[in-house]
Design a protein around this ligand. Sequence first.
Ligand code: FAD
Ligand code: GLY
Length: 376
Amino acid sequence: MGEIRAEVVIIGGGVIGLTIARSLAKRGVRDVCLLERGGLGCEASSAAGGMLLPQVEADAHDDFFALACRSRDLYPSLAVELREETGIDIELDTTGTLYLALSEHDYEEIEQRYHWQTRAGLAVELLTSAAARQLEPCISESTFGVLLFPNDIQVENRRLIAALANSVNVLGVKTVTETTVAGLVIEGRRITGVKTSRGDISCQTVVIAAGTWSSFLLQSAPNITPVRGQMVCLESKPQLTRHVIFSPRGYLVPRQDGRLLAGSTSENAGFAKRVTAGGIASILRQALEISPAVANLPIADTWAGLRPRAVDGLPVLGPCGEIDGLFYATGHYRNGILLAPLTAELISEAIVTGKTSQLLAPFSPDRFSSQPVVSV
Ligand code: FAD
Ligand code: GLY
C-alpha cells in the first residue's frame, strides 16, 4: 500500500465502521479510508439476528433507551436510501415482535414492562395466550401471556452489510480489506496516523470501530470484552412465524427466504468463536419452549459471533478526551445493528462540526478512569 494519506481512517469494517464511513462521505468528507482485517462484515455484524428491539427488554426510560429508540426509527428512511443508492433491499420487516411469558415469573416481568411502557405512551399491547396464538398459531400452548411490540422490528443484517459496502463504494470511500491495523501513531496528544500490515497511513482523525478487538489498539482504550453468541439457522418453508418471537431465554427470527434463526447464548469464552454442542442444545431447548413445532424443522446452518461489551454494558461513543482526533464507536454489545444508524449520524456530526451531541454524553469513552496514554 506504501505511505498514503487520508482525512479520516476508520478501523473496522463491521456495521458500525461501514455506517460511519457512509455518513461521513454523505456529509462531504473526502478521503475516508476504512481498514478491515478480514472481509467487510465478517464478524459480529454477520452473526447477528438483525432484531431492532429497543422496547422488548427495556425496564426504564433511560439514556440508552432514548438512543436505541431514535436509532430504530431511522431504519425506514435508511432502507429507502440504501435501495435507491444500491438497488439492494435490506428486508426491513415491520410486522413487529411478540414477547412470550412462559412461566408465572415471566408473566410478572411482562406485566411490569407493559405498565411502565403504557404510562410512557409507548406502543405495546398485552395479549392473552389465545389471542397471541391466533396471530401466530406456532406459539406454545403453555404461554401465560404475550406482549406485542408493533414498533420493534427486524432487518436482514447480511443484506444490510452488502448494501452498506456497495453504498460506500459508490460514495468514494476507500475500503481496504485483508489489512490489519497494528497500532496508532500519536505525536504529543494528537493522532497523526495508523500503522497497518501493509504500511502506514497519515491522517488527522481516526475512528476505532473494531468491535470486540477495539481495546488492542491503545493501552489506555476502554476495556471491551467478547461475549460469544451462538446461532442455529433452521429451514422453515412455509415460514413458522411472521413476527419475531422473543422470550426471556431465547428468540426466533423469520427471514423472507424461509430461514428461521434461533438464538442465542451469552458466554464468556474469550475469543474462541466456536459453535459447541452445549450451546446448540441450549438454543434448541429455548426454541422448543417458544414453539414445539420447531422440532420438525431441518437445521440448515450454525455459527457463532463475538459481541463487543464494555465493563458497564453500554456503548462507547465519541471523542477521546486525551488524544485529539481520536474517536471511539464500539461496545455495542447486543445492539450494534439497532444502534448503527444513530451511531453513524452522531459520530460523523462530531467529526465534521467539532461539536459532540448531548445524546453522546452518557456514552463518552472518558467515563472510564483515565490511564496514561501509551500507543502500541
Ligand atoms: P464487528 O461486526 O465485530 O466489526 C468489527 C470489525 O473490526 C471486524 O470485522 C474485525 O475484523 C475488524 N477489526 C478488528 N480489529 C481490527 C484491526 N486491528 N484492524 C482492522 N480491522 C479490525 N445486534 C442487534 O442490534 N440486533 C440483533 O438481533 C443482534 N443479534 C446478535 C446475535 C448474535 C449471535 C451476536 C453475536 C450479536 C448480535 N447482535 C445484535 C450484536 C451485533 O452483532 C454487534 O453489536 C455489532 O455487530 C457490532 O458491530 P461492530 O461493527 O462494532 O463489530
Ligand atoms: N440482540 C440479540 C443477541 O445479542 O443475541
